[in-house]
Design a binder for this molecule. Structure first.
Ligand code: PMP
Length: 386
C-alpha cells in the first residue's frame, strides 16, 4: 500500500516548483546579502524580490515584511518584542485558550518574569474565540491581543476582523498567528486590519526554517528585537539572511497567490468525501468544531470508543495526527479540544486529518479504508478488554 500523507497542518511537502526556484540560489548564490560587493548585491536582489512576493500574498508592502526562522520565532518576536518596548501603563496581554505553544509559552514566560500580565480568553463549543469574553477583558491597560486566525487542530476560524476592531478600540496591538490560514483562505491586510501577522513557509509548501512577521510600520516601530547583533531586518532580527529559504518562501507565496482559490475548492471537496466515507462506514463519528467556519482542508474527527493514539498507530501507512501531546512523561489530551468543552475521553478519541496540494481522490479512498479498519480493530480490542 502506498504511503498517504494527511498531516498538512503539521508540515506540507515542498512543492517541486519551489525546489526548482531555490536551486540556482542554492548552487550559485555567493555572498552575504548585506555585503556591498556585486555578489552580495545579487543575493540582496533575490531577497527583495521574494519580499515582494510574500508581501503580495497578504496585500502588505514589502517594507512591512521581517524574515525570520518561522512562525515560532515570529510569535516570540511579536509578544516579547512588544512587551520589551511597552509603555508602563500598558502591561497586559490577552491570548486565547487555543493558541499554539509558540504564543502560549512566550506569554507565560513574560508573565512569570513580571514583564506582562497575561489573560486568557476562552472559546465557544464550536471552537472560536468568545468575543463577549474578549470584550470584557479589554481596557486601556492592554498592550496586545494575540489570537490565531485558524486553529491548527480543528481548522476553526476566528472572527479576526471583529477581534482587530475590539483590540484597536482600546489602543492595543492585534497580533495574529495566521500560520494555518495563510495559503488556505484569502487574507488581506487591506480588509482585515491586523497589526502584526505571523506566517511560516513550511505550511504553504515552501521549505522549513523560514517565515515572516509582517506588520504595519507603526506596529513594527513598537517592537524591540529579541535577537541582537547585526541590525538586519530593520534592526528587528539580526543574522545573515537565509537567502535560499527566503527565495523558497517567495515562490511558495507566489504559487499560493495564483492557485489558492481553485486549490481550496478541490481540497474542500476531498475533505467532504473523506468525512462522508467515514460516516457511511462507521457509527459514532463526530466532527469537532463548527463545520461552517473552518479551513477547507482540516477535519478533526472523534471516533466514539476508540483511543485515537491506537487508531493512528493502526492506520499506518496513512499519516494523520492526534491533538494529544506528551508532557512530563504522560500523554495529555488536546488543550484545544478541552477548551471547547470536550471531556478528556472525548479529546483522546479525536484524530486530525489535514489535506493539501498533493492529496488525491485515490489517497482519500485509501485513507477511508485504513481508518475504518483501524477504528474497528481498536473498538474490538477495547470491547474484548485486551
Ligand atoms: N503557529 C501555528 C498555528 C502552527 O500551526 C505552527 C506550526 N505547527 C507554528 C505556529 C510554528 O511554526 P514554525 O514551525 O514555522 O515555527
Amino acid at each position: 500500500m502506498h504511503e498517504v500523507y494527511l498531516d498538512y497542518n503539521g508540515s506540507t511537502p515542498l512543492d517541486p516548483r519551489v525546489a526548482e526556484a531555490m536551486i540556482p540560489t542554492l548552487r550559485f548564490g555567493i555572498g552575504n546579502a548585506s555585503s556591498a560587493h556585486r555578489f552580495g548585491q545579487r543575493q540582496a536582489a533575490s531577497v527583495e524580490h521574494a519580499r515582494e512576493q510574500v508581501a503580495a500574498l497578504v496585500d502588505a508592502s514589502s517594507s512591512e515584511v521581517i524574515f525570520c526562522s518561522g512562525a515560532t520565532e515570529a510569535n516570540n518576536l511579536a509578544l516579547i518584542g512588544l512587551a520589551e518596548g511597552a509603555p508602563v501603563e500598558r502591561n497586559r496581554i490577552v491570548i486565547s485558550a487555543i493558541e499554539h505553544a509558540s504564543v502560549r509559552e512566550p506569554a507565560q514566560w513574560l508573565h512569570e518574569q513580571g514583564k506582562a500580565k497575561v489573560d486568557m480568553v476562552g472559546v465557544t463549543p464550536g471552537g472560536s474565540v468568545d468575543l463577549e469574553e474578549l470584550d470584557s477583558l479589554l481596557s486601556s491597560d492592554v498592550l496586545a491581543v494575540s489570537i490565531m486566525a485558524a486553529n491548527s487542530e480543528t481548522g476553526v476560524l476566528n472572527p479576526i476582523s471583529d477581534i482587530a476592531k475590539l483590540t484597536q478600540e482600546v489602543g492595543a496591538v492585534f497580533h495574529c498567528d495566521a500560520t494555518q490560514m495563510v495559503g488556505r483562505l484569502p487574507l488581506s491586510l487591506r480588509d482585515t486590519p491586523i497589526d502584526l501577522l505571523s506566517m511560516s513557509s513550511h505550511k504553504i509548501c515552501g521549505p522549513e526554517g523560514i517565515g515572516a512577521l509582517i506588520g504595519t510600520r507603526h506596529s513594527l516601530a513598537r517592537l524591540r528585537p529579541t535577537i541582537h547583533g547585526g541590525s538586519h531586518e530593520r534592526g528587528l532580527r539580526s543574522g545573515s539572511l537565509n537567502v535560499v529559504g527566503i527565495v523558497g518562501l517567495g515562490t511558495a507565496s507566489l504559487l499560493v497567490s495564483e492557485e489558492r482559490d481553485s486549490e481550496s475548492a478541490r481540497v474542500k471537496k476531498l475533505r467532504g468525501q473523506l468525512v462522508d466515507g467515514l460516516r457511511t462506514e462507521l457509527a459514532g463519528v463526530h466532527e469537532n468544531g463548527d463545520p461552517s467556519k473552518r479551513l477547507p482542508n482540516t477535519a478533526s474527527v472523534r471516533f466514539k470508543g476508540a483511543d485515537a493514539e491506537a487508531v493512528v498507530f493502526n492506520m499506518d501507512p496513512v499519516a494523520v495526527s492526534t491533538g494529544s501531546a506528551c508532557s512530563s512523561g504522560s500523554i495529555e489530551p488536546s488543550r484545544v479540544l478541552l477548551a471547547m468543552g470536550l471531556s478528556r475521553d472525548e479529546a483522546f478519541e479525536s484524530v486530525r486529518f489535514s489535506l493539501g496540494r498533493f492529496t488525491t481522490e485515490a489517497e482519500i479512498k485509501t485513507a477511508i479504508r485504513q481508518t475504518v479498519k483501524a477504528v474497528q480493530h481498536v473498538r474490538a480490542m477495547t470491547e474484548s478488554g485486551s
